[in-house]
Ligand binder design. Structure first.
Ligand code: C5P
Length: 294
């Protein structure tokens, strides 16, 4: 029997995983100023959590360890995304990822809001142009599986990747994306080479070592602590590759095993208690990120 304190209303849970740019090559610039990228992305089991329930108006409550920096007003991408459905909803966002940190937190939250609103309302997802207008990284976060992303982020090709044990580290410095792009001097770098089928994580990491993040140098110039993060990560036992994600400041280290990544994160959290860090294997988070009805 339905308890009158728990009315028979659907509540949707949606997970918004962190996005990591394993490699990011800037290959050109459009007439409108946006940069053309060729990037390989994968998703982390670490992320934010949203709930959605029917309501007369669209309202957002933000909580969680990283919630203080996140606005609850209409400028929040979650509300901009949910508003595309034209109906009210009570949305909660538990913010675990640091804001403005190069791992797509806001974009992944917006994508999760789209998945959640589609489940709540039975409406289809907005068209591709409306999704892209929310932000260049929102399309790739809508179906969080490893992908090669081109254009400004709208041209997606799924890629099969082995799970990549990783540590994510953010030194708690916000690096504004536009200023990092603006500081780029070379904007016509070579694209990624053809992405082979990787036999295992080691082969993938070996291939990644020959690629780059072209935004890393301008981000380090603006926030030198990123160079320190990369050096600390690279010196952790078992770290095979350390690189920045997106426009920073979050960096990732790739390890030979999940146990090594966990031990490295424990050591890093002890040596740098002011830095945000997390561990988990990067890869396909589509199942974990699917909207579920309670
Ligand atoms: O699309 P999004 O709002 O995430 O982009 C933020 C800013 O980052 C843009 O206004 C632009 O200055 C810069 N950007 C860019 N090229 C991209 C993505 C973002 O120049 N591919």
């Amino acid at each position: 029997m339905q308890n009158r304190c728990t009315p028979n209303m659907p509540r949707i849970d949606v997970f918004a995983p962190a996005k990591v740019n394993l490699a990011l090559h800037v290959t050109g610039q459009r007439a409108d100023g946006y940069h053309l990228l060729d990037s390989l992305v994968a998703f982390s089991p670490v992320g934010d959590a949203l709930t959605l329930a029917p309501a007369d108006a669209l309202v957002l409550k933000v909580s969680g360890p990283e919630g203080a920096a996140v606005p609850e007003g209409p400028e929040n991408l979650v509300l901009k995304a949910a508003a595309l459905f034209g109906v009210g909803a009570a949305v909660t966002l538990e913010k675990c990822l640091p804001a403005a940190s190069g791992i797509g937190g806001g974009s992944s939250d917006a994508a999760a809001a789209l998945r959640g609103m589609a489940a709540l309302t039975g409406q289809p997802l907005p068209d591709a142009a409306a999704v892209l207008k929310l932000g260049a990284d929102v399309p790739m976060c809508l179906d969080p599986r490893p992908a090669r992303t081109r254009g400004i982020g709208e041209d997606l090709t799924p890629v099969a990747l082995p799970p990549l044990p990783a540590v994510l580290v953010n030194p708690r410095v916000e690096v504004p994306t536009p200023s990092v792009f603006k500081a780029l001097t070379v904007k016509d770098n070579p694209p990624l080479p053809e992405i082979p089928a990787f036999a295992d994580a080691g082969a993938c990491i070996g291939w990644l070592a020959d690629q780059r993040n072209d935004l890393q140098a301008p981000a380090v110039a603006q926030a030198p602590v990123i160079a320190e993060v990369l050096a600390v990560l690279a010196a952790l036992p078992g770290c095979k590759l350390a690189r920045m994600s997106g426009s920073g400041a979050t960096c990732f280290g790739l390890f030979g095993s999940e146990a090594e990544a966990e031990a490295a994160q424990t050591a890093l959290a002890a040596s740098h208690p002011g830095w945000w860090s997390a561990h988990g294997s990067l890869g396909d988070q589509a199942q974990k990120a699917a909207a579920t009805v309670r």
